[in-house]
Design a protein around this ligand. Sequence first.
Ligand code: FEO
Length: 393
Amino acid sequence: MSQATLSEGVYWVGAVDWNIRNFHGYSTHLGTTYNAYLVVDEKIALIDTVKAPFYDQMLARVKEIVSPEDIDYVVSNHVEMDHSGSLPMIMREAKNAKLVTLEKFGEGGLQKTFHSNWPFETVKEGSELDLGKRKLVFVPTPMLHWPDSMCSYLVEDRILFSMDVFGQHLATSARFDDEVGLDVIMPESAKYYANILMPFGDLVGRALDKLGGLGIRMVAPSHGVIWRSHLETIVNAYASWGKGETKNKALVIYDTMWGSTEKMAHALVEGIISEGVEAKLYNLTKSDQSDIIKEVLDTRAILVGSPTLNNGMFPSVAGFLCYVKGLKPRGKIGAAFGSHGWAGGAVKAIEQELGQAGVELVDSDIAFKFVPGADEIQKCIDFGRVIAKKVAQ
Ligand code: FEO
């Protein structure tokens, strides 16, 4: 088993999950890691654990450094079970350890999850845990991404254990950002932010303000690689995503029954790109929803199309819009389109959902019967141009 050393006496002792492809509905094409860290000082602290099936990996790494009985503190930065899942096992093994968790929601969340009478030591904003030559300070980051979430900061080493914040679902044999490359890490960071943290942009901004004053030199998240060389890149990206900043880009997202809505989608794309604006097209049956959400993160426009089925939209479109609504994207304009046979219904239903998602609707008139003719295709191209002009404003 190989650990990694973050600084003297600070080790990565987590686990690599190479084969996970679905993380509670989020596609993880590149797998993930569950990062746990061990700080060995006069006192020994294990910061977070790993998903339960990976406990043996973590334990083997810990045992190469210390005996589990010598662990003084197990710090639980987050109740979610990809990080807390091994607590029942490690708390049995680390017989002398106290379980450090956030007073508000942390202790209660762990008790309601594991129903165990562990020796809790609760902390709050600014609480310090003396490890001897160094100390951990705790920084609550509520809703990033559960109410109990907190970061732990190792002051003397200037290492922030940032929990889900700044993470990526990325399984690699390398542990640090400069060993992998930003071309791989940043798209996964964006996808992670979009699918997990997008609803909490304001809280991200507040967390960055709080963390900005600490003088951090390394960020060790709970998934993916550790940031030691490109900290500024990821912090700037979070600041931008948190504010809902967008690029000159439009997405055309649809499903189709007999190809009519698809023809309209392609015509919209043609109109958008004819104005020099980037467009991306996604058929919801063929594309992965969490990959599309990564694109939603920084797009300015979202055009959503569906044929009418039973007076409403396709279930695939409804499912996607339900997901978008929950993620509360910021700063978007959008419109609906689609074909129908007799009575329509899908376009109105999509408009309603987009509106509820906070998307500013652009007036459109692109709901056509059966197969769109040349003049109707031209209307789609023209509407694509309208959208492109608004995007470029
Ligand atoms: Fe990686 Fe919110 O747990």
